[in-house]
Design a protein around this ligand. Structure first.
Ligand code: FBP
Length: 611
């Protein structure tokens, strides 16, 4: 053991001081200001809840008849009308309410600022309660009081660790009764569900159930998910967490583009999280300009098979190699597998079989036993496709779905499936250059020197999956402000007893507009585990959207030359800290993506709530 006598005890104690979320960065972060929408400021500039009234905007149900059947009370009350927040203008504050909040689904940066916004909106004369471990904690009654000190300590920090989260779908009569018990036992007047499409579906059903049971508790949802699929046109440009996650991934992908061009030997294949939607992948592509980006929604629209996708990537690689570039970055959206037509068919057949024979299949001990059981129940094409897949992918596809019936796409190594096929195709091209290069239809023109150079190059691939790294990062300045205002919006709504709404903030370039969308207006019908279910509609990439169109216009340029850009680490202060997602700026027709404006800069002090 070396002698460490010379180590300064002062230095050791300074290093210990950073324990428990007190790095220099975390301590500095807590003191950063957030922007507060003006509807939440009184004449003295102090934070005060807004008042909500009917606006002239509506959100018609996707299927009025079905929605009315599933949510009769909610629909009768809100009549598809969107509410808008207005300043309270000195109206007396509402007091004595107890409001509980839970996180649901995957973590997303900014959740703690939702809590801080709720605490600030409720003020000293109402109580904020935290529910641990998401919907499961709600069912089990795991509730505690959130102090101003605790909320202040978590201000501007990442993750969901203050409360934890889970993915339980509240569906059985028993679960609904347990929720009612928790509400009554804890005298909860308002319940705020911070979650994505499935969690807000939970919120919509709880609101309807509690109203039917005559329990006076308002239920409000808050749109969270890094995936960006919880978005509603101009009313909700994006969910919180998306900006932070995409910036984390864009930094890492930017680094990989630099690495590819520096080491001049690797193709980096990067699968990016985002579940069904390719919105994360699209934003990262806009920020980094890689050689190839696959967008699942486009692939489905063009009905592209796996082999056609492989051919497209190989085509880009060949052209780059002929032009002296044998490296690059290729982005693959996590949910791609569900959009490839033959895979989509296979997954839907599997969903039906898994739903019908759930317990029989679960009981079978090995993958081989499961295969023997499942194969005869699939169509011949699907059975053949399934048999051609690498074993790990096969295993993931027959794995159980999550509680909401989603395929666990984050666990399917789609990038490896593509890599295997690309390697094979590239080696085939190298072995049969005469078939692929030269004059004539379908051949790639190349000089003999180019072909010789082509043959001398090798293909080296590294694969990566970026997902969990971006969900719990410290929120960007945009997400920190966005979420604080979402918390204020939800606090204002529950104080006024509004129920069955989603709190949203829009107009990110003009100081923020604060709205409440009827949750039932967002509901559609989807097949889950082979059955029709009422769920909130996912917002996917529209190939007609400006963000996709801009990408589509540039991608050939990015494929032919190295035009990547590296956005670097997230800036929490300074000029680059005011960026919002490029996709949002494009799709909302804003003039710029570099400066968001969600109101007045405010230093938040929740300790005064303790007095
Ligand atoms: P939410 O929709 O609940 O926010 O989850 C987002 C997500 O990160 C997806 O991108 C990903 O497919 C999934 O969660 C992974 O789930 P898990 O945390 O259960 O591994």
């Amino acid at each position: 053991m070396a002698n460490h006598k010379n180590i300064s005890t002062d230095l050791v104690s300074k290093i210990s001081d950073t324990e428990g979320r007190h790095s220099l960065f975390e301590d500095a972060s807590r003191k950063l200001t957030v922007q507060v929408c003006r509807v939440f400021l009184d004449k003295e500039g102090n934070i005060a809840p807004a008042r909500f009234q009917a606006s002239n905007l509506t959100l018609p149900a996707k299927n009025q008849e079905r929605t009315e059947k599933a949510f009769p009370l909610t629909v009768a009350r809100h009549k598809n009308v969107i509410l808008e927040g207005r300043p309270a203008n000195g109206q007396p504050g509402i007091t004595g309410k107890r409001v509980a909040v839970l996180f649901s689904g995957g973590p997303a940066a900014g959740g703690h600022n939702v809590l801080a916004g709720l605490k600030a909106g409720l003020g000293k004369h109402n109580t904020l309660l935290g529910i641990k471990r998401g919907p499961k904690g709600l069912i089990q009654g795991d509730v505690f009081e959130v102090s101003g000190r605790a909320a202040q300590n978590f201000l501007n920090t990442g993750g969901f660790d203050f409360l934890g989260t889970d993915r339980t779908k509240i569906k059985s009569q028993q679960q609904f009764e347990n929720v009612k018990e928790t509400v009554l036992n804890n005298r909860i007047d308002g319940l705020v569900v911070v979650g994505g499409d499935d969690s807000n579906t939970n919120a919509a059903f709880i609101a309807e159930y509690l109203e039917k049971e005559g329990v006076p508790c308002s239920v409000v949802g808050i749109p969270k998910t890094i995936d960006g699929d919880m978005a509603v046109g101009k009313f909700l440009p994006i969910s919180f967490g998306y900006d932070t996650a995409t910036k984390v991934y864009a930094e890492l992908v930017g680094n990989l583009t630099q690495d590819a061009a520096s080491a001049v030997k690797y193709y980096h294949f990067v699968k990016l999280m985002g579940r069904t939607a390719s919105k994360i992948t699209l934003e990262v592509a806009l920020q980094t300009k890689p050689a190839v980006t696959l967008i699942s929604e486009e692939i489905a629209e063009k009905d592209m098979s796996i082999d056609q996708i492989v051919d497209y990537i190989v085509h880009v690689m060949i052209h780059r190699r002929l032009n002296g570039i044998n490296h690059g970055v290729i982005l693959i959206p996590e949910g791609l597998i569900e959009f490839i037509p033959e895979m989509k068919k296979l997954i839907s057949e599997l969903n039906r079989v898994l739903a019908e024979y759930e317990t029989d299949i679960k009981d079978l001990p090995t993958l081989k036993n499961k295969q023997e059981f499942i194969y005869p129940l699939l169509s011949p094409q699907s059975a053949q496709l399934m048999a051609s897949l690498p074993e790990e992918i096969e295993e993931m596809l027959v794995l159980d779905r999550d509680d909401h019936g989603n395929v666990k796409v984050s666990q399917i190594e789609t990038e490896k499936l593509l890599i295997e096929k690309i390697r094979y195709k590239m080696s085939e091209v190298k072995r049969h250059t005469g078939k692929y290069f030269g004059e004539g239809e379908g051949k790639i023109p190349a000089t003999p020197e180019q072909i010789e150079r082509y043959k001398s190059e090798t293909l080296s691939i590294q694969s990566h999956f970026l997902g969990y790294e971006g969900r719990s990062a410290r929120p960007t300045a945009f997400d920190a402000s966005f979420t604080f205002n979402l918390g204020l919006t939800a606090a204002s709504l529950v104080l006024e007893g509004k129920t069955g709404y989603m709190a949203v903030v829009t107009e990110f370039e003009k100081g923020g507009r604060v709205l409440a969308l009827p949750l039932s207006g967002l509901i559609t019908t989807e097949m889950r585990k082979g059955k029709e279910e009422q769920v909130i509609e996912k917002s996917l990439v529209a190939t007609s959207s400006p963000s996709f169109q801009v990408f589509a216009k540039c991608r050939d340029k990015w494929a032919n030359e190295d035009l990547f850009s590296s956005p670097g680490p997230i800036q929490h202060w300074g000029p680059a800290s005011r960026q919002m997602p490029m996709l949002v700026a494009l799709d909302q027709s804003y003039g710029d993506y570099r400066v968001f404006n969600l109101g007045e800069e405010k230093q938040i002090d929740l300790l005064e709530m303790e007095e």
